[in-house]
Design a protein around this ligand. Sequence first.
Ligand code: OOG
Ligand code: NI
Length: 268
Amino acid sequence: MTTDQFFDRLWLDYTSMTPQAQQIRNAFEQRGEKIVNDHVAFRTLALEPIGIGRLEPHLLNLGYKRFEPYRFEEKKLSAWGYLPPDPGLPRVFLSELLVDELSPAAAAILRRIASEVDAGRVESPEVFWAGRLWPAVSWEEYQTLAAESEYAAWFAAIGVRPNHFTISVNHLHGMDQVEQVLQVVEGLGLPVNTSGGRVKGSPQVLLEQASTLADEVELEFAGGVKRTVPSCYYEFAKRYPDPHGKLFQGFVAASADKIFESTDAKRG
Ligand code: OOG
Ligand code: NI
């Protein structure tokens, strides 16, 4: 699979869950912009057979390189950033939930769904848009997870698929401020994640980021119970050069911590 095929499939899957992303992209294209994505992010569990260690080989096969690890104590997550083989391709951000640090009740639900994964499916790069690799959890289980970790609930219901794409503000021609991008997004009637401020980070930390609040999708839970839950969101990032003049390539944990909240059910 080529990187182009890989990202085309990801974009198709992402926009099927996140119609706002296509709407935002179209709005910028109508302004004459050509959208370049800064990064794409995925979520998973730090459990066999779906931890970062199982997903990463597909990225390495596509020519990606491990860049830097990140840790989110309060959200009980760890993550890695990956750099693309060619600068026109998005970076990748993989995070995983440290299931052992959750309560026994929440951990038991997550261990069960991981045990239901067919490990063979994780050996194909198609795992990145596989979605749920286990039978639907119940609405009660979703709520048990959400009470402790919105990330856990999101993952149990939605599975492995792109959590967000990110417009590179550096590549826009008609504007150069993240706040200006948010004005366009709000002009479409879409809500912005204000946790930690509208724009997270600063030129001092070499990265400014903002995001929408996730779209919502109706899903079927165990027993045919239908509920509407947060799906995926769109992010906007502007990178600054470091003192040596090299564009910052990493992520900023303090900002990422707030970006994660774009899929919280109790938001805004
Ligand atoms: C990832 C949030 C962090 C960033 O760019 O800092 C992130 C997530 O919501 O899964 O993408
Ligand atoms: Ni991101």
